[in-house]
Write a protein of this length. Structure first.
Lengths: 268, 261
């Protein structure tokens, strides 16, 4: 390598590490600026409406009530996870059936389209009444419906992505149907499944949380936000919102990590 | 026993706008250890004929035998190995995993698999790359992995569908030399589809010339260039003579030469 080329490579390295640092630092700076403005408007200028508490007050409430917030987070997160798991399993089974049997696909397509457009807010009160005011089942059911659609759509798509040259190769190798599924169809569909799960994980949390606004047992993040906001405890309500964000974020990060692990070593 | 015997083989595809005759009345015998190329313009049915031998499609008419068995039985018994124009490697498997795929499907033990993979990687000159993934390899290297995979079960017949068609000229010539060496070392018969006249002549004992609408064999030429397929052959007068002969067979009439006009 010539000195000039070495110099250029070194400066490219520097540029890359600079841009990586910028990627991390930039959002932190933006967040800090927003917090500072928020603090300025609420605590210094006193120009905000009453429902908007100071960030300091929210952190204070978080610290003071972290035990009950965590408890409610646990309930909402459990509902979201149960919904995600059930919805995903049903979606995978039905997608496998649709991919294997053409007529099955014809029967399922309109059904899935119907489920996809069902507004969660519309059926939640009905489900809550159906399963009783003390049962978490209605909420889990809503989360399952919400999680089902993205998983089904992605898995079905993934199961159909095998390339003709690969199918020829396995046929030429005398592979059985089960072997073809194991070494070709499944690995081809796996990244699609994980993308579906990643999308569904966020949606399941939102669905579980929104479902709580419409009644059911008197616990969970959504119920707490609704009742504290109404009773004038804005800071505590916001502390619960932070808890809700944390659930969604953790689940999303776990799914992204899983996706990255499974698709390691593959071309993107 | 002949490697391949085709008697009156034909293939018709049914399409919306009526039946299309892809191949008609093919008579061809490939002897053990023989290198036979199928050449012709697109639509002449050369790939279709290869797919029929591989039992990836089934013939509409005629009889097709591979080592004395029906094509389907020969496929199930793994009497042939196959390579396509696209290397067709599984991107989530390493080079070693791809070469071992046929062995894995047939329940070969892990130890025996590892030994065979090492042998094959050496044969195609990829010893240092067994742990790489396909997308880390050049097109020529991917094609060598595909050839190693085709040879995994020590087949007596190798079917190749334009395996070097997507490669640059230099890589192509290099891999032709490698393939000639590998075919000689393994003693396998080869049926090789190509649209390159020099490639067909350089590699083959016989060149089968085909023609479209309907796809059929119009001529079979014996090259008679002997066993030494070295780079020197590419410069020899006999080689050019055979290239001209195949070209004239393809065009259906003697090609008018500039100095004879």
């Amino acid at each position: 390598m010539t000195a000039v080329a070495a110099d250029r490579a070194a400066s490219a390295d520097r540029a890359e590490s600079r841009s990586r640092a910028a990627r991390v630092v930039a959002p932190i700076v933006v967040g800090a600026i927003i917090l500072a403005l928020w603090f300025l408007v609420v605590d210094v200028l006193h120009a905000a409406p009453r429902a908007l508490p100071s960030p300091v007050a929210i952190v204070g409430q978080l610290a003071e009530h972290y035990d009950i917030i965590l408890e409610d987070m646990g309930i909402t997160a459990t509902n979201a996870l149960v919904g995600l798991a059930v919805g995903a399993v049903v979606a995978i089974v039905l997608a496998a059936l649709a991919a294997t049997f053409r007529p099955m696909d014809g029967m399922l397509a309109p059904l899935v389209a119907a489920i996809a457009v069902v507004p969660i807010v519309a059926i939640t009160p009905i489900l809550n009444t159906m399963f009783g005011a003390s049962s978490q089942f209605g909420r889990q059911y809503v989360a399952a419906i919400a999680a089902f659609v993205p998983v089904f759509v992605n898995v079905l798509r993934g199961l159909r992505q095998t390339r003709p040259v690969h199918r020829d190769l396995l046929r030429a190798s005398g592979a059985s149907g089960l072997q073809t599924f194991r070494v070709l169809t499944l690995p081809t569909a796996l990244p699609y499944l994980l993308t579906g799960l990643r999308i569904a994980s966020s949606i399941a949390v939102i669905a579980a949380l929104v479902a709580e606004y419409f009644g059911g047992p008197a616990d969970g993040i959504g119920t707490a936000i609704a009742s504290y906001a109404k009773s004038g405890h804005a800071a505590l309500a916001f502390a619960y919102v932070a808890g809700g964000i944390a659930i969604g974020l953790v689940l999303f990060l776990v799914m992204s990590l899983l996706e990255r692990l499974v698709t390691r070593g593959r071309p993107v | 026993m002949s490697a391949v015997i085709a008697k009156g083989v034909g293939k018709t595809f049914g399409t919306k706008s009526g039946d299309v005759v892809a191949l008609t009345d093919v008579e061809l015998t490939v002897e053990p250890g023989e290198f036979v190329s199928l050449i012709g313009p697109s639509g002449c049915g050369k790939s279709t004929l290869l797919r029929l031998i591989a039992d990836l499609d089934s013939a509409t008419t005629g009889e097709l035998e591979v080592f004395g068995k029906a094509a389907r039985q020969a496929r199930i018994d793994q009497d042939y190995g196959i390579a396509f124009q696209q290397a067709g490697l599984l991107p989530w498997r390493t080079v070693a995993g791809n070469i071992a795929l046929p062995l894995e499907l047939h329940g070969v033990s892990k130890k025996a698999r590892a030994d065979r993979v090492a042998e094959l990687a050496a044969l195609v000159g990829l010893d240092d790359f067994v742990d790489r993934y396909p997308d880390q390899l050049s097109g020529g290297m991917q094609q060598r992995v595909a050839i190693a995979r085709a040879l995994a079960e020590q087949p007596r017949l190798l079917l190749m569908d334009e395996p070097f068609g997507a490669l640059d000229e230099m890589t192509r010539e290099y891999l032709q030399g490698e393939l000639a060496r590998i075919a000689a070392e393994t003693g396998a018969a080869v049926v090789f589809v190509t649209h390159s006249i020099p490639e067909a002549v350089f590699l083959s004992d016989r060149v089968v010339v085909m023609s479209p609408r309907p796809g059929r064999i119009t001529d079979i030429l014996t090259t008679g260039l002997g066993d030494a397929r070295t780079e020197a052959l590419r410069e020899s007068p006999e080689y050019f003579e055979r290239v001209t002969a195949v070209r004239e067979a393809l065009h259906g009439a003697p090609v008018e030469r500039a100095n004879e006009r």
